[in-house]
Design a binder for this molecule. Structure first.
Ligand SMILES: NC(=O)c1ccc[n+]([C@@H]2O[C@H](COP(=O)([O-])OP(=O)(O)OC[C@H]3O[C@@H](n4cnc5c(N)ncnc54)[C@H](O)[C@@H]3O)[C@@H](O)[C@H]2O)c1
Length: 251
């Protein structure tokens, strides 16, 4: 796909899925703003990406409104506008309901849901000017209930439905879509595998979770994001595209 000279901000692109998305857009000719919570994490990612003049550092804490606004402002001031916003910053932890405390609730809702909203809110005036679009990274856990992931499901279900409302409110000027991945091989799931009592069994469970019997990769998620962000998807808004190996088709 060709995104030559498109101006793109990817939150949570210092590693994982966001890093994969940033890599794909860079390879397609875009200018890409890299975000992570700290300048150090952003600088390390930029180094891995080759530190070229298509890259911009836009660190900021997406768990706060000020951080969302700073991140968007950094990208817009330097790029002179914005064409695509991808919200990939997120956290995910599994716990039984009785062990979910206020801190866990606040962290999931602040980063996954509130952060996505306020980053969109800050970017929308620029996206209106460019007739741009937004792709939010939700989850298969935003499309169905998963026991042990109640708080995460709440945050990601919110992202899916909020994106639909946003798509309606800002049509026809700006398109808003979600991508809903199943398990993707990143630090997020590697940490949960490592912390489990039987890591090999935990990994196998994730492989078996999808009818297509494997864990996905960041480039596979990036390909879906690029499609939704591209002109080929010009008649698509308010959709939630599952990239989950078939999980939500029947679970
Ligand atoms: N990995 C999976 O299996 C999976 C599945 C479905 C959905 N997702 C979603 O995809 C997105 C990316 O997940 P991942 O697997 O790459 O996770 P990851 O932990 O590997 O990376 C998360 C990224 O978000 C950033 N981030 C976290 N909190 C932040 C904050 N407050 N401010 C700025 N940046 C912050 C981190 O710096 C990092 O770049 C998340 O929204 C996650 O919920 C992941």
């Amino acid at each position: 796909m060709d995104f030559s000279d498109k101006r793109i901000l990817v939150t949570g692109s210092s590693r994982g899925i966001g890093f994969g998305i940033a890599t794909a857009f860079l390879d397609a000719g875009a200018r890409v703003a890299i975000n992570g919570r700290t300048p150090e994490s952003v600088n390390a990612a930029m180094e891995k990406l080759g530190n070229n003049d298509h890259l911009l550092a836009a660190p900021g804490d997406i768990g706060t409104v000020a951080g969302c606004e700073l991140t968007v402002k950094t990208a817009v001031d330097s790029f002179g506008g914005l064409d695509v916003l991808v919200n990939s910053a997120g956290v995910g932890a599994g716990r039984p309901i009785a062990e979910c405390d206020e801190q866990m609730w606040d962290e999931h809702i602040d980063i996954n849901l509130k952060g996505t909203f306020f980053t969109c809110r800050a970017a929308i005036p620029q996206l209106r000017k460019s007739r741009g679009n937004i792709v939010n990274i939700a989850s298969d856990a935003g499309l169905m209930g998963v026991p042990g992931l109640t708080v995460y499901c709440g945050s990601k279900g919110g992202v899916v439905n909020m994106s639909k409302a946003m798509a309606l409110e800002i049509a026809p000027h700006v398109r808003v879509n979600c991508v809903c991945p199943g398990y993707v091989d990143t630090d997020m799931i590697r940490q949960s595998i490592i912390k489990s009592a039987d890591p090999a069994a935990a990994e196998q469970e994730m492989i078996d979770y999808a009818p297509l019997e494997r864990i996905s990769t960041p480039p596979e998620i990036a390909a879906a994001v690029q499609y939704l962000a591209s002109d080929d998807a010009r008649f698509i808004t308010g959709t939630a595209l599952a990239i989950d190996g078939g999980t939500t088709a029947g679970k």
